[in-house]
Design a protein around this ligand. Sequence first.
Ligand SMILES: [Zn+2]
Length: 319
Amino acid sequence: MRTAMAGVLAMAMAACGGMALSGGGSGVAGQGSALRDVRPNGKGGGLMSGDARGGNHGGGGGQSGNGIYYHGGPLILGTTNAYYVWYGDWSGNSATSILTDLAKGIGGTPYFNINTTYYDGAGTHVTNAVSYGGDVVDGYPYGKALSDSDIQSIVLDAISSGALPSDANGVYFVLTSKDVKETSGFCKYYCGWHTYTTTASGTPIKYAFIGDPDQCPSGCEAQSSSSPNDNPGADGMASVIAHELEESVTDPELDAWYDRRGYENADKCAWTFGTTYTTSNGSLANMSFDGRDWLIQRNWVNASGGYCALSYSAPLAVQ
Ligand SMILES: [Zn+2]
């Protein structure tokens, strides 16, 4: 598995930081060094192999601080609303219930609380709150080989048709069934990605692509024979959805929180899972919420020097 994926790894890592140097955008006092940082392209994190595993994304490279820097852009503040677009054929697939439970349950967990260590230029922190906003079943209006711009069209179609609301606090996930390709590099360079656009009326829209990794279990599924919810594809997607969700919240327009290499918070901990336990079906999990066990990657804590973790509790204030 590792060998099979090694050939594409170098390209995957190049894709992570393959953007032009940031011009800095809006300047941020006290963040001068951050202006040289490589801007993320929303496709960081790569595949589950080689350097992307084992925490090598950690560290951050900063001489001081928490190894991740604020670049002046907006965050999603207050409750984040998650919306799903089920693209393709999901009939008879338990992913629809598993991943809906994920979106309903991840807010308020000690895991999502890690994101509250991120804040905007006014010092307003992310809230540990996610609401499931609803979904739409989409069929194959753009066929079975999708481009990045097709993904954007799928989201904007769902909004313009009224199937989903136009929500600046939303993150819209396009979830494709296992017979659908994403031709810019799903299963080759990435397992998912996030970015943003605006509607015709000017509402900023954050959206993400997540494919069913049953078409490339060695690249995008941490466990491919058994998994906590008896659906390795859906359990693989759960970790990638969490990854793109926390990046969408802390770096929705790719100009807020990332490190010098262009790694956003979840990129820095991609494919690392911390302490695991064995579930009743013999698979591994590392957290439980909403009545289910999950194996979800760690996220970067923007406190105490910075580190990958599965949970965060704010220290008690000292007067
Ligand atoms: Zn990422």
